[in-house]
Design a protein around this ligand. Structure first.
Ligand code: ARG
Length: 268
């Protein structure tokens, strides 16, 4: 996402067209946006490169973000697209490792991180979060025939599988020395069904989605923790946080946010 002054837009667009034709990137980026620039800024839907909101995610997280064929779909993708749309922008989704999302924001490779990302104090040291849009919890998955683990207290000291760098990773590390970290949640569930680990701690809806594909495992009813998801941006990007919050408020108000959630999560 780049900022432009209205009066340079025509020139910029001409330059962009010429450069795009020549296979170069445009040089119209404004690194330091002044208050004035922000106020006179106008969305220019026809100027795609200037008008793209880049979302960093990790598409290993159904129903929030996952591959359907070649396409990344899910709750976060639809919410982010609706947010972008209400900001007069288009959304581009970049898939990466979960622990690369914050670095991508800090380096400016991406504008927003939307990845079922829990608001934590540790993350708040480097990124700012928008208002929250989902309340979730960390759930425990065990082997379907496990009679030993019935609730959160029973995973203490056990071999727990998690997705690397997630809050599940953080909380598991609080209760056991033996945390097995996987790049993808489904790899943890696979290891569980193969008897390599005792339990998996992962976000509740994701746990359900992953367990639904695997008859060997089940999700415990009692959650390990509760937490809230929000969209992350580079620290200090207050203007973007405010625009996203305004868009989120609209989506909540109109019921569209709930519709998106309901499309992917059927109530029990
Ligand atoms: N809510 C957890 C966290 O913030 C897990 C998020 C994982 N997201 C993903 N797209 N893989 O740490």
């Amino acid at each position: 996402m780049k900022k432009q002054l209205k009066n340079v837009l025509a020139i910029a667009m001409a330059a962009a067209m010429a450069l795009t034709a020549a296979g170069c990137s445009t040089s119209t980026e404004q690194t330091a946006t002044t208050e004035d620039a922000a106020q006179t800024e106008q969305a220019a839907p026809e100027d795609t490169e200037e008008n793209v909101l880049i979302m960093a995610t990790n598409a290993e997280f159904p129903p929030y973000e996952y591959y359907q064929g070649q396409e990344i779909v899910g709750i976060d993708v639809e919410i982010a697209r609706a947010v972008a749309q209400s900001m007069g922008m288009e959304l581009a989704v970049e898939d990466m490792a979960f622990d690369s999302i914050i670095p991508a924001l800090l380096s400016g490779k991406a504008d927003i991180g939307a990845a079922g990302m829990t608001v934590t104090e540790e993350r708040q040291a480097t990124v700012d979060f928008t208002d929250t849009y989902v309340t979730a919890s960390q759930a425990i998955i065990i082997k379907a025939d496990n009679t030993e683990i019935a609730g959160p207290a029973d995973v203490e000291g056990k071999v727990i599988g998690v997705q690397l760098g997630t809050t599940g990773d953080l909380y598991a590390s609080d209760v056991t020395q033996t945390v097995e970290r996987y790049n993808k949640g489904f790899e943890a569930v696979q290891a569980l069904s193969q008897g390599k680990i005792d339990a998996v701690i992962i976000d509740d809806q994701v746990a359900k989605a992953l367990a639904a594909d695997n008859a060997d495992v089940k999700v415990l009813d009692e959650p390990f923790t509760t937490e809230e998801y929000a969209i992350a941006v580079k620290k200090g990007n207050t203007e973007l946080v405010e625009s996203i919050n305004a868009a989120l408020a609209e989506l909540k108000e109109s019921g569209q946010l709930q519709q998106i959630v309901d499309k992917y999560i059927t109530a029990e």
